[in-house]
Design a protein. Structure first.
Length: 330
């Protein structure tokens, strides 16, 4: 009888051990189970970077350059760039994207003299220290939020997105408003084959999806005059302001204000709109009704979270937003 019990125990042990052995080194699954998370973390610590293992981070405010291990740096990026209450698979996608974005800067050459990347989101990508990050969370969720960020980074350790074997320029933004944008429509130049406009679903459930800006006619005129002093708008004419052309993704390509035409991207900057996907209402005042948040290129963070909620993995999310790419170890 005792022997049978020992056999059963042995069998149970094997059943549990074999899957653990086989999951080692593979891309991690969502790790709600803390035991599994621990196993993966132990395993991940053995990973050594062949390239891109150390990051020289420029702190914009102080001008100081800090040298950090890649994944230690990424804890500060992922926790600054994406809410910790997003799905783990979305956070993992963000970790891979942020690692790739950093690797690309190192691969192509940084725009900063003695650093690979800076902590300004409008220049490179946001970063926050652990101390500052923890202080901004409620005490009740502080540890669990941090652990989730660490899991997202550690379970994707070493992974970057490549195209033709090279790290991609992994742009990302908050909310695409239903479809992402190609690079050329935002910054000009040539398009990247892996950054094409793709449809995205589920973003409308997020606060970043819709917004509006209302200005008086005088304010509209004044704001344009700052960069275009020659502008004249006759608000009594039939079409004082009109959208002339849209991009394939539905963003404003060209918009006319009186005697001048500007790009939707420039209008976004001039009027402080969340994106270039907008419509205009002309009444007593001028209202811009905006859809989406950000430039719209590459991964949509809220779209990634929406995909993760329907069961998509980090790899599936990345392969949706970046065309014909691979996820490889570096
Ligand atoms: Zn920078």
């Amino acid at each position: 009888m005792r022997k049978i019990i020992i056999y059963i125990l042995g069998f149970v042990l094997i059943c549990f051990t074999i899957p653990i052995i086989f999951t080692k080194g593979k891309e991690a699954k969502p790790t709600e189970n803390p035991v599994e998370a621990e196993t993966e973390e132990e395993n991940q610590e053995e990973y050594t970077y062949a390239k891109y293992g150390t990051v020289r981070l420029l702190h914009n405010e102080t001008g100081e350059v800090e040298t950090l291990e890649m994944d230690n740096y990424l804890y500060g990026v992922v926790s600054a760039e994406m809410p910790a209450n997003f799905e783990l698979e979305a956070l993992k996608a963000q970790a891979i994207v942020a690692r790739t974005y950093t690797a690309y800067k190192m691969f192509k050459g940084s725009k900063h003299a003695n650093a690979d990347i800076c902590d300004d989101s409008t220049c490179c990508q946001a970063w926050i220290s652990k101390e500052d990050r923890l202080a901004k969370w409620n005490e009740a969720e502080r540890q669990s939020n941090w652990d989730k960020i660490v899991t997202a980074v550690d379970t994707t350790k070493g992974k970057i997105i490549t195209y033709n074997g090279e790290p991609i320029n992994a742009f990302f933004h908050s909310n695409s408003g239903g479809s992402t944008e190609s690079v050329a429509n935002v910054w000009g130049g040539t398009d990247y084959p892996y950054l094409q406009s793709v449809e995205t679903v589920g973003e409308e459930g997020y606060t970043q999806y819709s917004s509006s800006v209302t200005l008086t006619k005088e304010e509209v005129l004044q704001k344009i005059q700052e960069t275009h002093p020659e502008v004249v708008i006759d608000f009594n004419s039939q079409n004082p302001i009109q959208i002339i052309e849209y991009t394939e993704s539905g963003r404003v390509k060209t918009i006319q204000f009186g005697n001048i035409s500007i790009s939707g991207v420039e209008a976004r900057t001039i009027f402080g709109l969340r994106s270039a996907k907008f419509s205009i209402e002309i009444g007593e005042n001028i209202t811009f009704n905006v859809v989406g948040y950000g430039h719209g290129v590459g991964l949509s963070q809220t779209g990634a979270d929406a995909m993760a909620k329907t069961g998509a993995t980090a790899e599936q999310i990345i392969n949706h937003y970046y065309t014909d790419v691979k996820i490889e170890n570096t």
